[in-house]
Design a protein around this ligand. Structure first.
Ligand SMILES: NC(=O)c1ccc[n+]([C@@H]2O[C@H](COP(=O)([O-])OP(=O)(O)OC[C@H]3O[C@@H](n4cnc5c(N)ncnc54)[C@H](OP(=O)(O)O)[C@@H]3O)[C@@H](O)[C@H]2O)c1
Length: 258
């Protein structure tokens, strides 16, 4: 029997790459996002199911979970990947955007995990289940030019680590994947990054998808991708938070175009 994976934010970028990679590895995927046409085109190509849902809407996630669990009472993997940018410092960012980014990047994953928990518990009994949270290096580094985004990712990482600890003695493993800059539709890094040095570290969505598969296969609780230089920046921020946040912020985005 094929293992079942639910992937949020599968209509583009990293989520799409994860869906393609998992399908090649033999998983059956349920693709979740808001843009139905994009989901349908990918699903037709790779042979997956789709679910249209705004993960930032708690009632919508509840309805999604009911539909998925009716078809698949046993789930083996949930990838909480749906996410959005929120550019601008806390001095200027639209306050509605601050709320939205918390709902989508942080709460969406919390709701999906809780509401799909019965399926994952059934998967755990049937040999093991996994939750992968697509966080970001912005979960460990306070990035001033995208302050609300960094705050949402700090919250998401705290949730992911805390859920992992709560499930430590169970057969549901929690994995936090922290990519650095990745070139995607929502995050066109090569265009928006000001520093040539930072642009040289931009990776592709497939690199992240491969890391997700490795994290699951090797049981890794936390993966930074690529390890260099981002893990070091995270450590530096822990040691000298104010200094590193200022330095990283200065070398970041190209003015208003982001
Ligand atoms: N690219 C980077 O540099 C980078 C680095 C670190 C971490 N990440 C994280 O990786 C994840 C994927 O981002 P990406 O780079 O692949 O960007 P992307 O290409 O813009 O993809 C974002 C995905 O999330 C979905 N999404 C957004 N809001 C949603 C909502 N309210 N409900 C349901 N789905 C929603 C989008 O689909 P619809 O618009 O169709 O709903 C899309 O499929 C995000 O969590 C992001 O924070 C990205």
């Amino acid at each position: 029997m094929r293992r079942i994976a639910v992937i949020t934010g599968a209509s583009s970028g990293i989520g799409e790459a994860i869906a393609r990679t998992l399908t090649r590895e033999g998983w059956a995927c349920v693709l979740v996002a808001r843009r139905e046409e994009r989901l349908r085109a990918l699903a037709d190509e790779i042979g997956a199911e789709i679910e249209v849902c705004d993960v930032g809407d708690r009632a919508a996630v509840e309805a999604l979970a009911a539909r998925v669990l009716e078809r698949h009472p046993t789930l083996h993997l949930l990838v909480n990947n749906a996410g959005m940018p929120a550019r601008g410092t806390f001095l200027e960012v639209d306050l509605d955007l601050v709320e939205e980014v918390m709902r989508v990047n942080y709460l969406g994953g919390v709701w999906c995990s809780r509401m799909l928990q019965p399926g994952l518990e059934a998967g755990a009994k049937a040999g093991g289940a996994h939750i992968v949270n697509l966080v970001s290096v912005a979960g460990t580094v306070s990035f001033a030019p995208a302050g609300a985004y960094a705050a949402s990712k700090h919250a998401q990482l705290a949730y992911s680590r805390s859920l992992g600890a709560a499930l430590h003695d169970s057969s549901i493993q929690v994995h936090s994947v922290l990519p650095g800059f990745v070139e995607t539709e929502g995050f066109p890094q090569k265009k928006v990054l000001k520093s040539r040095l930072l642009r040289s570290f931009v990776i592709e969505a497939d690199d992240v998808a491969n890391t997700v598969v490795k994290a699951i296969e090797k049981g890794k609780s936390e993966c930074v991708v690529p390890w260099f230089p981002y893990r070091l920046v995270g450590i530096a921020q822990a040691v000298a938070p104010g200094l590193v946040a200022r330095f990283v912020g200065m070398s970041a985005h190209r003015g208003e175009s982001v």
